[in-house]
Write a protein that binds this ligand. Structure first.
Ligand SMILES: [Mg+2]
Length: 402
């Protein structure tokens, strides 16, 4: 923009539409250059090979506008493109205060859900400034840049709709902090991995049914987490310590787990896990996946046998939130720039303490209390909530392999 450009100077909006081919952008500006106009704004979008190029430029010198219009139209015709030139004043309307990014994940993303989300944004007083596809695989992920409404009320309005529409919606405040270095802390059982580790141990001890009974009692509220942990671990007493290696090899990572962690590490994030399960498994995951932090309960082993007791600090619902704070302090990341991911009720304190709490294929009680939910079974979709595109993930993978 030229220094003399002011908010009500005359401007021309030049819009070019048609089949994308090399040289369109250069050709348009080459044509405009003959009229000594300055660029105020440019936007270009290509969808399935069709291009829309919008250039907002300053008014040409007196008497040349008609000539400019005719030249642009004839150039566009020669390129088999359509052109529209609209006179007006000034720049784009300034964006309203309160800027948020709304990420919508659909599997599939229906037109109906998109209509409802867009209508709800409008109803809250928000304006959609920009829409951008983040990914088409393994889900369709679209990001809306919204202004004119505060993040919290927008989140409340949209997250309520999301479950009914069969899509996942995350609303975060836009701004530089989104790009600041952050920390991601994950639950392990049924989040990072598909299994519940205590059940894998129980299978080797032949006490799956008894462990399941205790789990059910805890879910009915008859036992708190710590009581149920002690009761279940007690059932493992006498189990040979060699079972630890077997359980480690049986653990199945959640689809997308490796992609998520690899990409986060490349982006400079620190990544940790907290688990109501056992360090015998989480320490191994930490080594294998290159995690920065891992904390869990520790099974006591004496003379090569599990004693049926745990040692050390108990990691329960409150413990998980405490560890998130501790990891954040160690990583030098403010809590507002942390992301927590979990599926269970014992993750809720951690999800609420984090800057962004993501309920991952969680039970309704957890889903409703979290900032956002992911209800597709791919852990890497969390990247889209952070604004990372599939293309960026794949480009980084190709670069590393090449
Ligand atoms: Mg879990």
């Amino acid at each position: 923009m030229s220094a003399s450009q002011s908010s009500d100077d005359l401007t021309l909006l030049v819009k070019i539409f048609g089949k994308d081919r090399p040289g369109i952008t250069a050709g348009l500006f080459d044509t405009l250059a003959a009229y000594s106009v300055d660029v105020v704004d440019i936007e270009q979008v290509v969808t399935r090979g069709r291009m829309v190029l919008c250039a907002l430029v300053t008014q040409p010198p007196a008497g040349l506008e008609g000539d400019l219009r005719a030249t642009v139209h004839s150039w566009a015709e020669s390129m088999k493109m359509q052109a529209e030139i609209i006179s007006g004043r000034g720049d784009n309307r300034p964006r309203g205060l309160g800027r948020s990014l709304v990420t919508v994940l659909g599997h599939p993303l229906t037109a109906e859900a998109t209509a409802q989300i867009a209508a709800r944004i409008t109803k809250t007083g928000g304006n959609i400034d920009r829409i951008f596809r983040l990914a088409k695989y393994p889900v369709t992920a679209v990001e809306f840049a919204v202004s004119g409404v505060e993040t919290e009320p927008l989140r409340t309005a949209l997250v309520t709709d999301a479950a009914a529409l069969g899509v996942d919606v995350a609303v975060v405040s836009a701004g530089l902090h989104r790009r600041a270095q952050r920390l991601v802390v994950m639950d392990v059982d049924s989040t990072l991995i598909q299994d519940e580790v205590i059940e894998l141990f129980a299978a080797h001890a032949g006490c799956e049914d008894k462990v399941a009974e205790v789990t059910a009692a805890a879910m009915r509220g008859e036992l708190d987490f710590e009581q149920s942990l002690h009761a279940r671990v007690a059932l493992l007493a006498g189990l040979d310590a060699s079972v630890v290696d077997k359980v480690r090899s049986e653990v199945r990572l959640t689809p997308g787990a490796r992609t998520l962690i690899r990409t986060l590490k490349r982006l400079g994030y620190q990544v940790g896990v907290v688990s109501g399960g056992f360090t015998q498994v989480t320490d191994d995951l930490k080594d294998r996946l290159g995690l920065d932090f891992a904390q869990a309960n520790t099974l006591e082993i004496v003379d090569g046998k599990l004693t049926g007791r745990v040692t050390g600090e108990i990691v329960d619902r409150a413990g998980k939130a405490r560890l998130l704070r501790r990891f954040a302090a160690e990583a030098g990341v403010p809590l507002s720039q942390t992301v927590a991911i979990g599926d269970g009720a014992n993750d809720l304190d951690m999800l609420n303490a984090a800057g962004l709490g993501v309920a991952f294929n969680a039970k309704p009680v957890v889903r409703e209390a979290a900032h956002t939910a992911v209800n597709v079974p791919f852990l890497d979709t969390v990247l889209y909530l952070l604004g990372v595109t599939r293309e960026e993930v794949e480009a980084a993978d190709a670069h590393e392999e090449g």
